[in-house]
Design a protein around this ligand. Sequence first.
Ligand SMILES: [Mn+2]
Length: 329
Amino acid sequence: MPCKARLALLYSQFCSKDNVLILIDPDPDAIGSALALKRLLWHKVASASIGMVRKIRRLNNLTMVRLLHLPLLAVKRASLDKFDKFALVDSQPDHNELFQAVSFSAVIDHHPANTELTAPFSDVRPEFGSTSTIMTEYLRAAKIKPSKVLATTLLYGIKTDTRNFERHTLIQDIEAFRYLFPFADKNVLRKIEISDLSLKDLKLFHKAFERKHVVRDRIFVHLDEVPSADLLVEIAEFLLKIHDISWSIVSGVYEDNLIIVVRNDGYRKDAGKIVRLAFGALGAAGGHSAMARAEIPLSGLCDKIGKPNSVAIERFVRSSLSPFPKSKK
Ligand SMILES: [Mn+2]
C-alpha cells in the first residue's frame, strides 16, 4: 500500500473528539515513534498523550527525556479510563500485560507478530530496522517537517535499534536517517549517546585504574563486587581506547557470579572462542570475534580455586587467559 493511502487509513481510525493514548515500552525507538505519532495526530484529535508502561532505567534515555523535555506519562491500568482510543508503537499487544488489557485502534511496529493482530489499523514491517523509520515515512507522507526534538529522538531511535546500522538495516532506515539528520540537534544527540555513567560509577573506574595489570598488549582488571554487570562492559570498552592495548579483560562479581567481560581490537582474533575454551566448562561462556563474556557461579569456582577471594579470582582469570587456551586438534 502506498504511504499516502496508509496514512489516510491511519487517520480514519481517529476523530476530533478523541483523547488518544499512545502506549510504549520506553526504549529510544518507541519514544521517537510515539512522538511522531503524537505529531501526526496534532489538530486531528482532542488530545494525544504518550504513556509508558514502565519506568525508564537506561541513563542515555533519561538524559534524552531530561534534555528534550519529552512529555511522557507513567501509566497504570487505572489511568486508562481517561482515554477514548489507544495506539501502540514499536511493540505488539502480547509483549506486555498492560498492552493485553487494551483494545488498540492502531498498532505500528517492526517486531514480527506472534499472534494475529485484531486492531482495525496495523502496520507491522519486521524487515525494518526500526519503527522510527516507518514513522519517518508517515511524517513525510503527511508533509510534516519534523521539529528539532522530534528529529533528534527519531534519529536516536534508528541509531539504537540498528546499532548504528550494524544490524537489521534496510536502505529505508538509512534513507530515514539521511532525511532526519539536518533537522536533528547533533550536540544533544552526542550528549545522549555518551551518557552511560552515573557519578558513583566513577569510583569503580578509579578502582580499575589502580588495579589494572598489563601483560604485553593485554590489560586485566578484577573489580570484586560490582553494582551492575554493565559497568564491567563500560570499563572494558574504555580500556580498549589505550592505543597499544589489543585485549581488555575486566571481571567482577555480580549476584554470586563471576562475570568476565572481554573486548579486543577485532584484528584476526576470536574472543568468543577463547572465552569458551577458558571458561566454558565452569559456566556460560561465549561471544563474537571482538566481544565475549563468561558467567561462572562462585559456588562452582570454590572447587577450583578454594575460597574465592579477590586475589584468588584475579589470579584465576589471568592464569586462565595467559597464554590464551588453544583448542586441541
Ligand atoms: Mn524498535
